[in-house]
Design a protein around this ligand. Structure first.
Ligand SMILES: *Cc1c(COP(=O)(O)O)cnc(C)c1O
Length: 388
């Protein structure tokens, strides 16, 4: 069966798997060799060449998940981001980037690009005019992230690939927040798809990895760079990630359902001022979400009313943990103003719509009633304290 004809759960469970010819075991064997024979072999294998049996097998699963020809696994999401950018940019080139990006990607651009002689412009907003007006004659790459962190604003993928085709640019997307279960950017003509596999792909908050999906032609360019930089992932972690991916569709669909239920519940709560979730009709990008996403992910943000102290509220939560990362099967929460967006000025945060009372909620797989109960008891604890 062709992997692009298989359903998502079948791809998750089987695509790319290695056959255990010797013992007929049910799962991919783990090959830990860092040294392989070189005579009379079709591939010269070496872990830093990203081509050990397990690395190659997982690359095939990534490609099947993202509807591309090729896939590659990296040592972290940022290794996937940095390789994808540097593979297509040279001295004198220019890149247009979406305005709101993952903090690490933003830092990589503003702290490193100057020494490579690469110019960059952040688009003013999310519209076609915003991206078009940022183009220069030396623009080579257009880079987006949708849904974006933390307000879950969307960029129109078809619009981005149209601009890219017209101007002969390589289009790159960080698809981490959506996961391949909810969004396949290649179907809209995007060239390079990046994931921090630390998030939904790993899904259990115990793996740091990155993934890239692309055509064979684009991947060759990334691979040529990667051999020289050397950011490959150890085979043991590759094998663990393959195990995690088997349940990704089940996990993500449960997280989608939970997040939508929690978004609707929070929306009605008197202590919540606003909820940001693309699966809500009130979200400004609801129609775009319906066009380019199959599910709306487990990520949402909400703003507490001014009289509720966000730190006290988070401290009072017992089931939902405060955490910097996201997308695990366990629900976690953080304050963007205190973490991911702490380095921005208060003015810039306000401009981006990130108030001190905004909380980012990564919804896990727990039962809704338990999440509701936890939030209610935390509200009770802080509201009572304020009255005392
Ligand atoms: C976490 C994250 C990254 C970076 O991934 P690491 O695995 O931490 O290097 C990149 N993009 C997004 C959207 C992320 O959430």
């Amino acid at each position: 069966m062709k992997s692009n004809k298989m359903g998502m759960n079948t791809i998750c469970a089987h695509a790319g798997e290695l056959k255990d010819e010797q013992f007929k075991g049910a799962i991919s064997p783990l090959y830990m060799s860092s040294s392989y024979a070189y005579e009379n072999v079709d591939v010269k294998r070496y872990p830093r060449y990203f081509n050990t049996p397990n690395q190659e097998a997982l690359g095939k699963k990534i490609a099947a998940l993202e509807h591309t020809e090729a896939g590659m696994i990296f040592g972290s999401g940022m290794a996937a981001v940095s390789h994808s950018l540097l593979a297509f940019l040279q001295k004198g080139d220019h890149i247009v980037l979406q305005k709101t990006l993952y903090g690490g990607t933003y830092n990589f651009v503003v702290e490193e690009f100057e020494k490579f002689g690469i110019e960059y412009t952040f688009a003013n907003g999310f519209s076609e005019a915003d991206f078009r007006s940022a183009l220069q004659t030396n623009t080579k790459v257009i880079y987006v992230e949708t849904p974006s962190n933390p307000l879950m604003l969307l960029t129109d993928l078809e619009m981005i690939s149209k601009i890219a085709r017209e101007h002969n640019l390589v289009s790159i997307i960080d698809n981490t927040f959506a996961s391949p279960i909810n969004q396949n950017p290649a179907d809209f003509g995007i060239d390079i798809i990046i994931h921090s596999a630390t998030k939904y792909m790993g899904g259990h908050s115990d793996i740091c990895a990155g993934a890239v999906a692309a055509s064979n032609k684009h991947m060759e360019q990334i691979w040529n760079l990667s051999k020289n930089i050397g950011g490959s992932l150890s085979d043991y972690t590759v094998w663990l990630l393959e195990r995690s991916l088997k349940t990704m569709a089940l996990r993500v669909k449960a997280q989608n359902r939970n997040a939508k239920k929690m978004a609707k519940w929070l929306q009605k709560h008197p202590l919540v001022a606003k909820v940001y979730y693309p699966g809500l009709k009130e979200h400004p990008d609801y129609l775009l979400a319906r066009k380019q996403m199959r599910g709306y992910s487990g990520m949402l943000s909400f703003e507490l009313i001014p009289s509720v102290n966000p730190e006290a509220f988070m401290e009072a939560l017992q089931l939902i943990k405060q955490s910097m990362s996201l997308a695990g099967v366990e629900s976690t929460i953080l304050s963007p103003a205190k973490t991911s967006h702490a380095l921005l000025t208060a003015e810039e945060r306000t401009h981006q719509g990130i108030s001190d009372n905004l909380l980012r909620f990564s919804v896990g797989i727990e039962e809704k009633k338990d999440l509701v109960e936890d939030i209610e008891q935390a509200f009770e604890a802080v509201v009572n304290k304020e009255l005392v």
